[in-house]
Design a protein around this ligand. Structure first.
Ligand code: NZQ
Ligand code: ZN
Length: 384
């Protein structure tokens, strides 16, 4: 295990009827900007609960943050927040609203201009951010307990991760009952995204980090166990609670301490979303099984461990490696999520566009920094 330093300051408030605790967790007298997406919060009663809990606070609203939040939309919220001199931001919705809120939080006090380059692409080490909290309504991204976000740009069809230690939420409220209204496709996406987050931090090479490995295996097994249940009935409180907490710990930093991580699947996936608008989780499913096959020599030891520990399989090493790929593919497919990019009409033209982008950016992803433009081309070709 490598050296590590760890601090995660996010206060998690988990459970039924916890939205009412908002007022205790926002500084008294704060002027609050409430951010939200396309309107799901009006249909499922979450907006009403938030408004009731914020009685006594001055509140302004910014809605319309889209899935894969765009710089163009978010800059309008930044202008509003600056003009209104807000003190606190409350994100109400899924990962996109929260990621967008992280950008807004960094951009409002930023005086250096060019927020795309400075904040999204990270050219500036900004020193301050507007404090924010979250009411999360979709288990998937882990954004509620990490300091990262992913922002898209309509104009250029780009999508980039950003982050800063300043961008941890002050608190995140996770009430599993808010997820009962999710469309099935978003439940499937959430399961697939959280599953892939663990895989990106676990399926690398062994460094004898027992806690991290066993924890990662526990999160994967939990997701595998609850998946068919929540796909069947998303109003079972216990199952949705387990799903929601699993998605949080999949990307809150615990399982990545002192271990290598991959993230190539996510980076390639972001390009597929940026170019074709495919849901984030769905892009991961068309990359990871092929990346596993492409990197099966490098990842062999962990793939064997994964087959044995997560899927309880036995066999020769080669059989277990093959089974690891097969089980991963079947997991995505069991959620109704295709594992071939060709299912979305993606072909050679997109492969070449991504290859060109990665060549220009000189990327080297993966735990061994060996997933470059040529490797990406090979992986994507296996998917079309
Ligand atoms: O916009 P509204 O109307 O709220 O509807 C949303 C949206 O259409 C809907 N929804 C959310 N909660 C609901 C609901 N509908 C009914 N009932 C509810 N309770 O679901 C749709 C998708 O929402 P979105 O926020 O886009 O989904 P998700 O949470 O999966 O977030 C995806 C974004 O997060 C980024 C992705 O790249 C993508 O942009 N990620 C962020 C990460 C992070 N910050 O650490 C890591 C991830 O790997 C991921 O990249
Ligand atoms: Zn993800």
């Amino acid at each position: 295990m490598s050296n590590f330093t760890f601090r995660n300051p996010v206060k998690i408030i988990f459970g039924k009827d916890t939205i009412s605790q908002l007022s205790k967790n926002i500084p008294a007298g704060a002027k609050v900007l409430v951010t939200y997406g396309g309107g799901s919060i009006f249909k499922n009663g979450v907006y009403d609960q938030v408004v009731a809990a914020l009685a006594g606070f001055e509140m302004i609203e910014f809605g319309g943050i889209e899935p894969n939040p765009t710089f163009e939309t978010l800059m309008k919220a930044v202008e509003l927040g600056r003009a209104e001199k807000i003190d606190f931001i409350l994100s109400v919705g899924g990962g996109s609203v929260l990621d967008g809120t992280k950008f807004i939080s960094a951009a409002i006090p930023f005086e250096g201009g060019n927020e795309w380059e400075n904040i999204v692409l990270g050219k500036s080490r900004y020193k301050t951010a507007t404090p924010f909290g979250a009411v999360l309504t979709l288990p998937a991204t882990g954004s509620e307990m990490n300091s990262g976000g992913v922002i898209s740009r309509k104009e250029t069809h780009e999508k980039y991760g950003m982050g800063s230690p300043l961008l941890y939420p002050q608190f995140s409220i996770l009430d599993p009952t808010t997820t009962y209204s999710l469309p099935k496709v978003q439940i499937a996406n959430g399961l697939a995204d959280a599953f892939t987050h663990v895989m990106e931090q676990y399926l690398t090479y062994p460094v004898n980090a027992l806690i991290q490995d066993k924890f990662a295996e526990g999160v994967l097994k939990t997701l595998i166990e609850v998946a068919p249940k929540v796909m069947h009935d998303q109003t079972n409180y216990e199952d949705m609670s387990n799903f929601m907490w699993a998605a949080t710990v999949a990307l809150n930093g615990w399982i990545s301490l002192g271990v290598p991580s991959d993230w190539a699947t996510h980076q390639i996936g972001h390009e597929l979303t940026a170019l074709h608008g495919i849901d984030h989780a769905r892009t991961l499913a068309v990359v990871l099984p092929h990346l596993m096959r492409y990197k099966m020599d490098n990842k062999k030891a962990k793939m064997i461990q994964y087959a044995k520990e997560v899927w309880a399989l036995n066999g020769t090493d080669d059989e277990l490696v093959e089974a690891a790929i097969q089980k991963t593919t079947e997991f995505y497919e069991s959620l109704g999520i295709p594992t071939k990019a060709s299912a979305y009409g993606i072909g050679e033209e997109t492969v070449q566009e991504i290859k060109k982008r990665f060549t220009d950016r000189k990327v080297k992803y993966g735990e061994k920094s060996d997933i470059d433009a040529a490797a990406t081309e090979a992986i994507l070709r296996m998917s079309i």
